[in-house]
Design a protein around this ligand. Structure first.
Ligand code: NAG
Ligand code: NAG
Ligand code: NAG
Ligand code: NAG
Ligand code: CU
Length: 421
């Protein structure tokens, strides 16, 4: 009798464990409670100082957010920055400066401030949020595109509110355009409206001195996490050719890419991984290279979103996600429920904390915007080399000193002191 009861008990324990392991797969859900300081991930694992980036707790209830297109309004068009001209350019730059001046004027703990935008991105990059015992990182996996699409959307919505202009549209840095596609102007140099030191609302001190040269072509070929592949050292022609190779590799061939285009499968309770293991092709290459090229704060997940240049950079990533999807019927979004049901939290412009799901990012027209069609003719047809593979060490270029911006360094160390306290 006794042994049979025990046996039944053991069988039910065993069944419970099995059932548990079957239902174990679950989507990542962001929760603000349990948030704690964390560190960014580098090529070799967790690195950097302990960052304190947790957002303030909401004062009211969390409200669900599902984007729905308003069919009686035309889509707002996010345009290529290099193609704006004349009066349109003038009005745009004026609005941009005004909106960022307002964003910078909020206190640091207000979710509308640029500082809180920086911290929100930092928190999602440093394992600050706890999901089933593991710190969450929205980089290096399939949450990369959905997270940033929401992040950009709420950022833009706040800028619209500050301006009292619901049609204001943040335009993109078309850095993959070497000059033949679209309006025929190259997008692979720094957008001048973000590089004007006289207008501090859209400028940021902690950047590499590469950004001081208005004609220096960005280098998309570098490895953002490997100090042996730093930007610079090659002629303009070689740099442009390598950029097209990087784009062709990350958007089309994706040779030797462990996580494919979308990034690794990432469920609740999964430990964090390095970029080489988890990041999709565009994230690990051009995306990271651009962060590295701008340098200093942009080259650090915990500081990057404090530079207004982060947003037009990430809009180009957001645009390329859509371009990739439309390039081939084979380029499908993940259909796994743990991708679709991944849950995010963002404050809206009224300081209401909103809950949203990755599935709702897959049709960007529901957010009311689209991207100007710039044809990608250059990297579609050229750049068929092997940029995804590091060249032999004896072909390594010389490089510019990343930390030569002395005023930039000062601002950064001041920030670090404040955040470590
Ligand atoms: C949809 O857009 C129209 C035209 O701009 C506007 O009048 C209306 O209020 C909008 N509807 C919603 C639900 O926002
Ligand atoms: C940046 O600084 C390095 C080292 O001081 C220098 O060699 C380089 O020419 C500078 N680049 C620009 C674009 O000013
Ligand atoms: C960095 O690049 C060098 C040269 O290509 C390579 O030998 C090394 O393994 C790379 N390091 C990592 C962490 O990938
Ligand atoms: C889609 O994938 C299949 C199977 O790998 C391949 O045969 C086909 O050529 C691909 N289609 C396109 C448009 O790339
Ligand atoms: Cu990011």
């Amino acid at each position: 009798m006794e042994t049979r009861r025990k046996l039944v008990l053991w069988i039910s324990v065993l069944m419970a464990c099995l059932t548990n392991s079957w239902v174990e797969a679950a989507p990542v859900k962001i929760r603000f409670d349990g948030c704690k300081p964390g560190r960014v991930m580098g090529g070799q694992g967790e690195i950097g100082p302990l960052m304190h980036c947790c957002p303030p707790m909401p004062t009211g209830p969390i409200v669900d957010f599902v984007p729905v297109r308003n069919m009686s309004k035309p889509l707002r068009v996010r345009k290529a920055l290099q193609c704006l001209e004349g009066e349109e350019l003038e009005i745009y730059v004026e609005k941009l400066r005004k909106a960022y001046a307002i964003m910078r004027s909020f206190p640091d703990d207000d979710p509308r401030s640029l500082e809180q935008h920086r911290r929100v991105h930092c928190a999602h990059s440093t394992g600050a949020f706890n999901c089933e015992g593991q710190g969450v990182d929205i980089h290096f996996g399939w949450l990369f595109y959905p997270f940033h699409r929401f992040f950009l959307y709420f950022h833009e919505r706040m800028l619209q509110t500050f301006l009292g202009d619901p049609d204001f549209t943040l335009h993109f840095w078309n850095w993959d355009n070497a000059g033949q596609g679209g309006c025929g102007k190259p997008g692979d140099i720094i957008p001048p409206m973000y590089a004007d030191r006289n207008h501090r609302s859209t400028y940021h001190l902690s950047r590499s001195n590469r950004t001081y040269d208005p004609e220096l072509v960005v280098d998309l070929w570098v490895d953002a996490w490997n100090e042996t592949r730093l930007p610079g050292g090659f002629s303009k022609e070689v740099t442009k050719a390598r950029n097209l190779e990087t784009m062709h590799w990350s958007m089309i061939t994706m040779k030797d890419a462990p996580a494919g285009y979308s990034g690794r499968v990432y469920r609740a309770g999964y430990p964090r991984v390095t970029p080489y293991v988890g990041a999709g092709t565009l994230e690990v290459s051009a995306h990271g290279a651009l962060h590295k090229w701008v340098g200093i704060d942009m080259d650090d997940f915990s500081f990057a979103a404090g530079d207004p240049l982060f947003y037009p950079h990430h809009e180009n990533i957001d645009r390329l996600w859509d371009v990739w999807h439309n390039l081939s019927p084979n380029n499908t979004y993940p259909t796994d429920p743990d991708f679709l049901d991944a849950e995010f939290l963002f404050y809206d412009e009224n300081l209401v904390l909103r809950r949203m799901w990755a599935r709702d990012t897959l049709d960007m027209t529901n957010f009311g915007y689209t991207y100007e069609a710039v044809d990608n003719v250059e990297w579609l047809t050229q750049g068929k080399g092997d940029a995804g593979v590091a060249p032999p060490a004896d072909e390594m270029p010389g490089y510019l000193d990343d930390l030569s911006a002395s005023d930039g360094k000062k601002e950064r160390s001041f920030l670090l002191r404040r955040l470590r306290e």
